[in-house]
Write a protein that binds this ligand. Structure first.
Ligand code: PMV
Length: 330
């Protein structure tokens, strides 16, 4: 099935519920997966092989404004107009093609508080904010489930950025992907802190699309990875219910390291780590050995995200002076 067919089927019963405004703006938080999505069963529709579970990053995200313009699309990123040949522009325009009529052009203003393509899921908040803004711009009146499916067509993990807090993306089994959307988990955990350590703001050399495809096709560990995800999801849900930081931390850290190990076993190897990443990982392990309740996760980039409870924030800041602490529920 093509993306455009899916969009047509989602929008076919959507007559404007209200007068469409001249412009619309929306915000979406970035998210980091505690249980990762790594591998697709459908490249076109971004359908995953396994379910995944994330936490939103509140103030780290994307604000996007949409309005009409004449002649051609104009895309601004952090107030700078981007060249038509820019990779980001091409990606956004291809996505907008799914929604536009003939000779319809957009001016898109995107403000990111997440470094673009540095493994901090800026594409997730970017596509989620764009889909939310389009929903208002065209007064579609779509609910979170449909918005999640539309965001997924831009970037898989974007489907988890429509909602805030803990979010579960059910992988689904349907060919058209209508059962593959993300849903909010109704649990709040105000003490939970995420510490972001930026080690690199450079664009990653292997995109997550390419990295996961290569892993699925060539990594001998991929089958075990899928089994591990199932077990980890069950463990993580238990950790959330009991607000158990040790279980959450162990499960998320082990899941992330397994994802990277599975990718490393691909050929050619897929490695997102930098020497600094390993240095930080070892620092976390040393502190944990001394009894600190500190854990980590990593996505398709060199940066490290720490997981801990608010009580140890001071100690964490002492050991990681550049860390930025985020409380998703405060
Ligand atoms: O949605 P994508 O194509 O940017 O892939 C995201 C992949 C990871 O960030 C590594 C894992 C995840 O679940 O977010």
């Amino acid at each position: 099935m093509k993306k455009s067919d899916l969009v047509t089927s989602i929008l076919k019963n959507q007559s404007a519920k209200a007068a469409a405004p001249a412009e619309a703006e929306a915000y979406a938080s970035a998210n980091i997966a505690l249980i990762k999505y790594w591998g697709k069963r459908d490249q076109e529709l971004n359908l995953p092989n396994t379910s995944s579970l994330s936490i939103s990053l509140s103030v780290f995200g994307t604000r996007t404004r949409v309005k009409h313009t004449k002649g051609s699309d104009k895309i601004f990123l952090n107030k700078k107009k981007l060249a038509a040949s820019d990779g980001f522009v091409l990606r956004i325009r291809r996505f907008l093609d799914l929604f536009r009529s003939k000779n319809e052009y957009y001016e898109i203003n995107t403000l990111n508080t997440v470094p673009t393509a540095a493994g901090l899921a800026s594409s997730a908040s970017g596509f989620a904010a764009l889909v939310k803004a389009l929903n208002d711009f065209y007064a579609w009146g779509l609910g979170p489930r449909e918005l999640s499916i539309l965001a997924r067509l831009g970037s898989g993990s974007a489907c988890r950025s429509i909602e805030e807090g803990f979010v579960l993306w059910n992988c689904g089994i349907r060919k058209d992907g209508m059962d593959s959307f993300a849903e909010k988990i109704d649990i709040r955990w105000p003490e939970l802190a995420i510490g972001v350590i930026m080690l690199s703001t450079e664009k990653k050399k292997i995109s997550s699309r390419e990295g996961m495809q290569r892993t699925v096709e060539t990594s001998v560990l991929y089958h075990s990875w899928q089994q591990k995800v199932e077990q980890d999801l069950a463990r993580l849900k238990q950790a959330l219910e009991n607000k158990d930081i040790a279980l959450l931390g162990q499960t998320a850290e082990s899941n992330a390291l397994s994802m990277h190990a599975t990718a490393l076993a691909a050929w050619p190897p897929v490695c997102y780590w930098q020497p600094k990443s390993l240095e930080m990982i070892q620092r976390v392990w040393a502190l944990r050995h001394q009894g600190l309740g500190l854990y980590l996760t990593m996505d398709a980039g060199a940066n490290i995200k720490l997981l801990f409870k608010s009580g140890i924030e001071k100690v964490v800041k002492n050991h990681f002076p550049t860390v930025e602490c985020i409380y998703p529920f405060k």
